[in-house]
Design a protein around this ligand. Structure first.
Ligand SMILES: Cc1cc2nc3c(=O)[nH]c(=O)nc-3n(C[C@H](O)[C@H](O)[C@H](O)COP(=O)(O)O)c2cc1C
Length: 312
């Protein structure tokens, strides 16, 4: 009787499908926390990610808000970047050629100040090689026009999704705002209007004051709170939305390690996004992919899908 050669007792299926986007594992990065991948590519091979979600992109370049635009808070951070970006032309001509060298689907986060702007960006991205999905950002708390104004009502959200749906066959993921009373009704409106998947949550509106200068710490006064401080709220919202719609969800909000990610999957997310965690540890996303696999092995599961929504 010889000794059996070592073999992996069970191979784990990490693949997930987000409204037609085939991800090799359930981990992407949260828009705006990973740029367009270039800086992060120094840390790890971006092909390891389940998908690359890039920063909010508008038709024309946006300058963003005045400085200071970020401040650290207990267990989190506030940001009021104001969606600074180089605009659609730069995404198509400079950023996409770089991203196309990686074997990971690319999701472009789309922002706009009007329905026409969302529609135009969607129409132009429809035929861009390497773009697999559009994440429609109707939840940006730091811009004065458009965006969040749409995302706080079911009607406004549906209008944006319909405008985009009319222009593209790409997978549409609507990114929901937590700054609302009833997130489930907004989720439902997005799905009814043609959204293939949903992502949640964006940041929660907050502020910070310096008691010694007696001034606001952000030039914009308010900013979006992210990081571990918002995780319990994000988890609750993912759970609520998962129970009310029948499309895959990308869960995010304070995911710093693999067990945080697992909590979101148990709450009903099919995939997760790492945001503020990237600033603390640039390797967070890849460590989380490995950690999810370890967790599934320990729990004697053979796939991610086996645990989606399995909280009780
Ligand atoms: C600096 C910063 C920039 C962000 N920019 C965007 C953006 O361009 N578009 C978007 O939809 N969300 C943006 N977000 C929100 C994140 O994608 C994410 O929804 C939120 O931060 C919650 O996840 P986290 O707690 O893991 O960071 C940004 C967040 C941060 C911290």
């Amino acid at each position: 009787m010889g000794i059996e050669p070592f073999s992996d007792p069970k191979s784990i299926d990490l693949t997930v499908d987000i409204g037609g986007i085939k991800m090799k594992n359930p981990v992407t990065v949260a828009s705006g926390t990973f740029g367009f991948g270039r800086e992060m590519a120094d840390f790890f091979d971006l092909s390891l990610l389940g998908a690359i979600t890039v920063k909010g992109t508008s038709l024309e370049p946006w300058l963003g808000n005045e400085y200071p635009r970020t401040v650290e808070t207990p267990s989190g951070m506030l940001n009021a970047i104001g969606l600074q970006n180089d605009g659609l032309e730069s995404l198509i001509n400079e950023k996409m050629p770089f991203l196309r060298q990686y074997d990971a689907p690319v999701i472009v986060n789309v922002v706009g100040q009007s329905l026409e702007e969302y529609a135009e960006v969607a129409a132009r991205l429809d035929s861009v090689e390497g773009v697999d999905g559009l994440e429609i950002n109707v939840s940006c708390p730091n811009v004065k026009k458009g965006c969040l104004a749409f995302g706080t009502t079911p009607e406004g959200t549906a209008e944006v999704v319909r405008a985009v749906r009319d222009k593209t066959d790409l997978t549409i993921i609507t990114k929901l705002s937590p700054n609302v009373t009833d997130i489930a009704s907004i989720a439902q409106a997005a799905v009814d209007a043609g959204s293939d998947a949903l992502s949640l949550i964006n940041t929660l509106m907050g502020t910070a004051i310096d008691p010694w200068t007696q001034k606001f710490r952000l030039a914009n006064i308010t900013g979006g709170l992210s990081g571990p401080a918002i995780k319990p709220i994000a988890l609750r919202m993912v759970y609520e939305v998962a129970r009310s719609v029948d499309v895959p969800l990308i869960g995010m909000g304070g995911i710093m390690n693999a067990l945080d990610a697992v909590e979101f999957i148990l709450a009903g997310a099919t995939a997760v996004a790492v945001g503020t965690g990237n600033f603390v540890n640039p390797m967070a996303a890849v460590e989380i992919i490995d950690g999810i696999e370890d967790y599934l092995k320990k729990m004697d599961k053979s796939s991610v899908m086996e645990i989606v929504g399995k909280v009780s």
